[in-house]
Design a protein around this ligand. Structure first.
Ligand code: MLT
Length: 329
């Protein structure tokens, strides 16, 4: 009898397990049946938040469920990214990551809780975001050449805003500091939304930010833009020279924003999220809003989960030596 009971118990467990497995594919087929949380690892109003809201406003139309944006700040975006990595892999929690959280942070956080290229299921690239050198509107230099001379002469007295160690703003300012061999004081914020408020208010001197955060302020004349760190000028700010034109070709940075789900998110769910992202990137209204802010819209071949996997690996390889070297200075 005991043997029979044990066999039934085992059989019962395997039926439950099978049922559990059976529920997975069915859940995936019906996905989504409730709201989806998108973690934005920086403060509201910054570039990551703005891009998340633009892209999810269309994705939710395709998916038929609302995206809830949850700003989870701290540690250069790694706090929110860790939260997402640890979420249930059912498609109901995703994160808007970027070059900082899913590449630069590897070099800067020895005990990072996640491996960006292992612990996530990539969904797709959302936007390229060129970096622009900004300053408070009464900063004395009138162009990039004078800016370089001035910050070299005064860097021990200057305050540079960023969004925390490992953020895009921090990684970009670290690279600029290495290129110019200077050591200004970094001033961290929970995102470049609040950092921009400090720059407009004159509480900090300059910042390397994603262009999507700067276009409205530059156009309004509340801050100065010296140069954009990409080979071509940006159509959203056609009068701002490139760093190459302005005499600093060594400073080239284009960041990016991308959606990630926790590892082991079922493939059909990843496919549905990616399809909704691709549809959003082909929507004229979404494209207009992203382009107005200076974003670079990914080409179709750049939008696949596989392309994002390759991008994360190549960006980790690119930024790790650069940031480890600058951390030693
Ligand atoms: C960054 O610097 O990593 C981001 O621009 C921060 C943000 O999106 O607020």
């Amino acid at each position: 009898m005991k043997l029979l009971k044990r066999m039934l118990a085992t059989c019962g467990l395997s039926v439950l397990a099978a049922a559990g497995a059976m529920v997975g594919p069915t859940q995936a087929q019906d996905y989504p049946t409730r709201n989806i949380t998108m973690i934005v690892p920086f403060a509201a109003g910054g570039p990551t938040d703005v891009i998340a809201r633009i892209i999810t406003s269309h994705m939710q139309q395709t998916l038929g469920q609302t995206f809830i944006i949850e700003n989870v700040v701290g540690a250069g975006g790694t706090t929110g990214s860790t939260r997402a990595m640890r979420a249930t892999p059912d498609g109901y929690t995703v994160v808007m990551g970027h070059m900082g959280t899913h590449a630069a942070s590897v070099a800067l956080y020895p005990n990072l809780a996640y491996k960006p290229d292992v612990d996530f299921a990539p969904i797709g690239l959302v936007a390229g975001t060129p970096i622009i050198i900004l300053a408070r509107k009464d900063f004395p230099p009138k162009d990039l050449k004078e800016f370089v001379t001035y910050i070299k002469a005064n860097n021990d007295k200057l305050n540079v805003a960023h969004a925390g160690v490992g953020s895009v703003a921090h990684s970009s300012f670290s690279l600029l500091s290495s290129v110019l061999d200077i050591k200004p004081t970094g001033v961290p914020f929970n995102g470049t939304g609040p950092a921009m408020n400090a720059l407009v208010g004159g509480q900090v001197d300059y910042m390397c930010d994603q262009i999507v955060n700067a276009v409205p302020q530059v156009k309004a004349g509340t801050i100065k833009a010296y140069a954009v760190a990409t080979p071509e000028r940006n159509p959203s700010l056609p009068d701002v020279p490139t760093t190459t034109e302005a005499g600093l070709p060594a400073f080239q940075v284009q960041a990016w924003n991308a959606i990630f789900a926790p590892k082991d998110t079922p493939a059909p769910v990843v496919a549905k999220l990616n399809a909704a992202l691709v549809k959003a990137l082909d929507d004229e209204g979404v494209r207009k809003r992203l382009l107005e802010l200076g974003s670079v819209i990914p080409k179709p071949a750049e939008r696949t989960p596989e392309a994002l996997t390759a991008l994360v690996k190549s960006e980790i390889a690119r930024w790790t030596p650069v940031l480890k070297a600058s951390a030693k200075n």
